[in-house]
Design a protein around this ligand. Structure first.
Ligand SMILES: [Zn+2]
Length: 219
């Protein structure tokens, strides 16, 4: 068994508390992981059903490539561990962060019928790995939510393959999965995407209000 580095557990616990403070992981929502070792695949992941407001480093667990808990720490790994493993395998990610924010929940529902939405023309897109211009078009795929996690992991994997350039994926009426080569990059991606989701959501509302106002003035 590999040791779970204390610094990694501390970093994941402090991300959980920060994301709770920003409203992206309220209650027990959200879960966070980082790769300890690629071969054999070992993941550090937050334990299931914990209030993220006070998550401690001792509540970060180690799992193997099947999501089975390793080591001496007791606890249940996040119910969504298989989704983290799917992203790590298909994207070669070093860290996977899952949020339950208001804006990702709204957009994941509004655009679900189209299977996703595009974001284009925003300067903040440049904070995503590999993006060098605001002219970039970022496709955000959406998959239906499911309590059958192995089935949901397959659906998520298929969406990742369909959109090989995507930096994140939404689960309908549930939240976002984002990732990065490192924990710092994954956190930057979450911050950037949550900003963009709020901009997209508020812009749509502002435009709808303006259109209503126009109709009212015309009539
Ligand atoms: Zn979730």
């Amino acid at each position: 068994m590999l040791p779970l580095p204390a610094t990694l557990a501390q970093a994941l616990a402090s991300i959980a508390r920060r994301f709770h403070a920003r409203g992206w992981a309220l209650g027990t929502g959200g879960n966070f992981s980082a790769v300890i070792s690629a071969r054999p695949l070992r993941l550090a992941i937050t334990a299931s059903s914990l209030d993220k407001r006070m998550l401690r480093p001792t509540q970060v667990l180690q799992v193997d490539d099947h999501g089975t808990i390793m080591g001496s720490r007791r606890g249940t790994p996040s119910a969504e561990t298989l989704l983290h493993l799917e992203i790590v395998r298909r994207r070669g990610a070093g860290a996977v962060l899952h949020t339950h924010s208001v804006w990702s929940t709204i957009l994941s529902d509004v655009h679900a019928e189209r299977g996703g939405f595009d974001m284009e023309g925003y300067e903040m897109l440049k904070a995503l790995h590999g993006v060098t211009t605001h002219e970039h078009r970022e496709r955000v795929p959406i998959v239906e939510n499911d309590q059958d996690i192995p089935r949901l992991a397959k659906r998520l994997g298929a969406a990742l393959d369909r959109e090989p350039r995507a930096h994140a994926i939404l689960l309908r009426r549930h939240g976002m999965y984002a990732w990065g080569e490192t924990l710092a990059e994954a956190e930057r991606h979450v911050e950037t995407l949550e900003f963009l989701f709020e901009v997209i959501g508020r812009t749509a509302t502002a435009r709808a209000t303006e259109a209503d106002h126009g109709i009212a003035q015309d009539s």
